[in-house]
Write a protein that binds this ligand. Structure first.
Ligand SMILES: Nc1ncnc2c1ncn2[C@@H]1O[C@H](COP(=O)(O)OP(=O)(O)O)[C@@H](O)[C@H]1O
Ligand SMILES: N[C@@H](CCC(=O)OP(=O)(O)O)C(=O)O
Length: 385
């Protein structure tokens, strides 16, 4: 008896059936036909399917990989470069090609497209996050299909999302999508990498966030894709936080999107069954890179995790990193395990000075007191174990 493939769920229509707003992500190996250049026929087929969903009244946002693979093709590079500047150059060249193909294929259906290139920094800054969100909502209202990729040409490791499965989930969170469909080169998530283990079985449905899924998912099986199945499973866990269900299916399956929309079950459905975070908590949870850490003693960990309390200076053992008031930082236990993350009310030197002291001593220690808490409960999210 497995904890997935729940027969009651399998008897229900797919999660896309009732979804109003859907993020569709297509991976590099699919878009570029294993690296041999933008696969115009395949792209035309997904575009037609998206036009079909639009005609059925759904809003669709596309996240497309393939810029680096397409750039390599255009530059006649047979091996993926390792230097960041060459990867950035390939992405810049390839993105032009992708945009051209998508625009021309959508034009056949009279659909206008918009290109949006994002970095993690765009989503980590509250103002830029809200700007991206309102621009996307406006585009959807105007009937445009936004086509998103990571802005690979300007990224460094610090501002990198790193893979488009994660980017797709961040976009699903950003616009509160009902579903994230990840189209890839396998028919779904298997109990092990099917390229290596022919006995592997397809998981048809499971709750997103189920820990065992992360053990089953391996890295990319080809040298074209980036994250493999693990980033897809983690993306489903992330998408779940804003209530989006995730489907992992083959992009080569005929008419996969309209068939899913009609309720048919194809590939793997990872369901979002957990309570939703508020929009503000969602933004906090979306941070991939945090500015610093506060290390909490056991009493503070218990108060935060089990009793829903704010972080007070008295429970802080140590402060790590350089941060400003308003930055998102991690709260970790004394073994370094992340317990929660949230918006800090004091900068790092002030936080360090008030560690292990009572709230009454704050003013005396740093010369002023803005808030009694170092991190308020309303500005925090617990990190699931
Ligand atoms: N448990 C698994 N189930 C299915 N595929 C897996 C699994 N573990 C690893 N993989 C590999 O993940 C690959 C898909 O990821 P990736 O190459 O990054 O695709 P994409 O470019 O679509 O993001 C598959 O081709 C497969 O070899
Ligand atoms: N942004 C990169 C793709 C990164 C990526 O995640 O690729 P993939 O794992 O194939 O979806 C590009 O356009 O080449």
């Amino acid at each position: 008896m497995t904890v997935w493939n729940d027969v009651t769920v399998l008897a229900m229509p797919s999660a896309i059936h009732g979804a109003q707003r859907v993020v569709v992500k297509v991976g590099s190996s699919l878009v570029t036909n294993e690296g041999s250049g933008a696969d115009e026929a395949a792209i035309a087929s997904w575009v037609k399917q998206i036009a079909n969903l639009r005609a059925a009244g759904k809003e669709v946002i596309l996240v497309s990989s393939g810029a680096i693979a397409e750039g390599m093709k255009r530059l006649n590079w047979s091996k993926r470069p390792t230097h960041i500047d060459e990867l950035q150059a390939a992405a810049a060249v390839g993105q032009m090609g992708l945009a051209q193909v998508y625009e021309s294929k959508f034009a056949v259906f009279g659909i206008t497209t918009a290109q949006i290139l994002l970095t993690h920094a765009d989503l980590a800054d509250r103002t830029r996050y809200l700007n991206a969100r309102s621009a996307l909502f406006t585009l959807l209202r105007l009937g445009v299909v936004p086509i998103i990729n990571e802005n690979d040409t300007v990224i460094t490791d610090e501002i990198k999302v790193g893979d488009n499965d994660t980017l797709g989930a961040l976009v699903a969170n950003l616009i509160e999508a009902d579903a994230l469909v990840i189209l890839t080169d396998q028919t779904g998530l298997f109990t092990a990498d099917p390229r290596k283990n022919p006995q592997a079985e397809l998981i048809q449905t499971a709750p997103a966030g189920l820990a065992i899924l992360e053990e089953m998912a391996g890295g990319a099986g080809s040298n074209i894709g980036t994250g493999g199945m693990l980033t897809k499973v983690l993306a489903a866990k992330r998408a779940m936080k804003s209530g989006a269900h995730t489907i992992i299916a083959s992009g080569r399956e005929i008419n996969v999107l309209p068939r899913l929309a009609s309720g048919e079950r194809i590939g793997t459905e990872l369901r979002a069954d957990t309570p939703l975070l508020t929009a503000r908590q969602q933004w906090i949870a979306d941070h991939l890179q945090l500015r610093g850490k506060i290390v909490l003693d056991a009493g503070a960990v218990k108060a935060i995790r089990d009793n829903g309390k704010s972080v007070l200076p008295i429970g802080v053992v140590r402060v790590e990193g350089q941060f400003m008031r308003g930055d998102v930082i991690a709260c970790v236990d004394e073994l370094g395990k992340e317990i929660a993350r949230g918006i800090i009310n004091y900068n790092s030197p002030e936080s360090a000075r008030m560690a292990k002291h009572t709230t009454e001593q704050i003013e005396q220690l740093i010369g002023h007191m803005d808030e009694a808490e170092l991190m308020h409960r309303n500005n925090m999210v617990l990190v699931s174990p």
